[in-house]
Design a protein around this ligand. Structure first.
Ligand code: FAD
Length: 417
């Protein structure tokens, strides 16, 4: 089934009776060439690119809940390519390019909106750091513009430029950054994978990983054992738990990240704005809700809901930056479980067990990474060689100390990245 304007018109005139299910709800077979644990954005994208780019279609995606019910459906949807360090820089650049062709490629409206992201700076040190970041982005071939204060005031007139606690001096704009509709990304990849023969199996929790003589043989699930030649662990916040089934201890801690949305308002914020000093960011959804968040809750947890002190901190930052937000009613808040790696950068790699692969460590920034993560993971699984855009995401950097990508320069403390 292809989507098109003509099709929408026809269905609208004929009672919307011609739409089909977007994917097959498959029942598990006894064996597959590839089993992917986790039906989030990264697992589904991996399945899609395995089928699309490598012709590997005897694949099952095993999801313990429903597709898109994890962090892929819980994030604040920011898509950007503004990393500084080699390794991250080329990877996120690759991802943004995939985003730019994604709707056409998937024939699916993921509402990708390149409305621009502005990082604010509040002192000379922050300005210099953002200039350096902007130069790194431009060297990578991406766009970055430094905004002076008068220009910023014209673009974002609603910020509080009078407050003296964190005076705003300017910003760094990436025009190609923006947002997308998060769960539509999962649905689009699911549909694309399913159409190419991938089995998407919901309500199927993996409870064990079968390994014999250092070689993976399959998985145990709540719907029975499934044999597989290759198994990928792509479970975001549950990475440590699933890897433990293979006897592995990962350099990852799981932390909660909260987000908030207000009632729908008329269009007033037409960029993504990040307030560095208050650790706060905001955009406006197409429905009009102001979507915003802050930093992670600082303790390790598997609870997908946050605590009050962090919520208070986020509201405090919001009021400092743009007091007008005090008039809006917060409708709801929620939390997701972040797989915080020790250097804040991800892992896409083989493990020491033959046929067992790991995709993890996305921290709070894995939504924008989903296309490139799936693309590079599929390449790795199909060829057993890392894709050049993800060549530095090796697992052994945490053992050897070589190749660590400490993007935030906060050291090896998971809750500071
Ligand atoms: C509040 C919040 C805001 C965020 N904002 C942004 C943002 O603006 N931009 C950005 O780039 N990123 C953002 N992120 C981060 C981003 O959402 C995640 O990094 C990314 O979604 C993780 O990858 P995923 O989509 O594959 O994860 P998930 O959707 O969590 O997929 C993992 C799946 O594995 C399944 N699973 C786990 N264990 C098992 C098992 N044993 N068996 C079978 N299945 C299992 C889970 O049910 C889940 O569906 C945010 C996250 C949160 C919570």
């Amino acid at each position: 089934m292809r989507f098109s304007g003509l099709r929408v018109l026809k269905e609208g005139l004929t009672g919307n009776r011609g739409w089909e299910a977007h994917w097959r709800d498959a029942t598990p077979k006894e064996a597959y060439d590839v089993v992917i644990i986790g039906g989030g954005g990264h697992g589904l994208a991996t399945a899609y690119y395995l089928a699309r780019e490598h012709g590997i279609t005897n694949v099952a995606v095993l999801e313990k809940g429903y597709l898109g019910g994890g962090n892929i459906g819980r994030n604040t949807t920011i898509v950007r390519a503004n990393y500084t360090l080699p390794g991250n820089s080329e990877f996120y650049s690759h991802s943004l390019k995939l985003w730019e062709g994604l709707e056409e490629e998937l024939n699916y409206n993921v509402m990708h909106s390149q409305r621009g992201q502005i990082l604010l700076f509040h002192n000379d040190g922050q300005r210099d750091a953002l200039i350096r970041k902007g130069n790194a982005m431009r060297n990578q071939g991406d766009d970055a513009e430094l905004l002076s204060l008068p220009k910023l005031k014209r673009i974002l007139p609603y910020l509080d430029y009078e407050q003296t606690r964190f005076p705003i001096h300017g910003g760094l704009l990436q025009r190609r950054a923006g947002t997308a509709r998060h769960d539509a990304v999962a649905w689009g990849y699911a549909r694309g994978a399913s159409e190419r023969g991938v089995d998407l199996i919901q309500n199927c929790e993996v409870t064990g990983i079968d390994i014999e003589g250092g070689v993976v043989k399959g998985v145990q699930t709540t719907r029975g054992a499934i044999r597989a030649k290759k198994v990928a662990m792509i479970v975001a916040g549950r990475s440590s738990q699933v890897a433990a089934m293979a006897g592995m201890r990962l350099p990852i801690e799981s932390h909660v990240l909260q987000a908030f949305v207000t009632e729908g308002l008329k269009p007033c914020i037409d960029h993504v704005v990040s307030f560095g000093m208050g650790l706060f960011y905001i955009s406006q959804s197409d429905k009009g809700g102001l979507v915003f968040g802050g930093e992670i809750d600082m303790y390790a947890s598997y609870a997908a809901r946050g605590n009050l002190p962090t919520a208070e901190h986020v509201m405090d930052s919001a009021m400092t930056l743009m007091p007008m937000i005090g008039k809006a009613k917060v409708l709801r808040s929620w939390g997701g479980i972040m797989d915080m790696s020790a250097d804040g950068s991800p892992i896409i790699d083989r493990t020491h067990i033959d046929g067992l692969y790991l995709n993890a460590g996305w921290c709070y920034g894995g939504f924008k990474a989903a296309p490139a993560s799936g693309h590079c993971m599929a390449h790795l699984m199909a060829t057993d060689r890392p894709h050049e855009a993800a060549a530095k995401f090796r697992l052994d950097r945490f053992r050897t100390g070589r190749g660590l990508m400490d993007e935030e320069a906060t050291g090896a403390q998971h809750n500071l990245h």
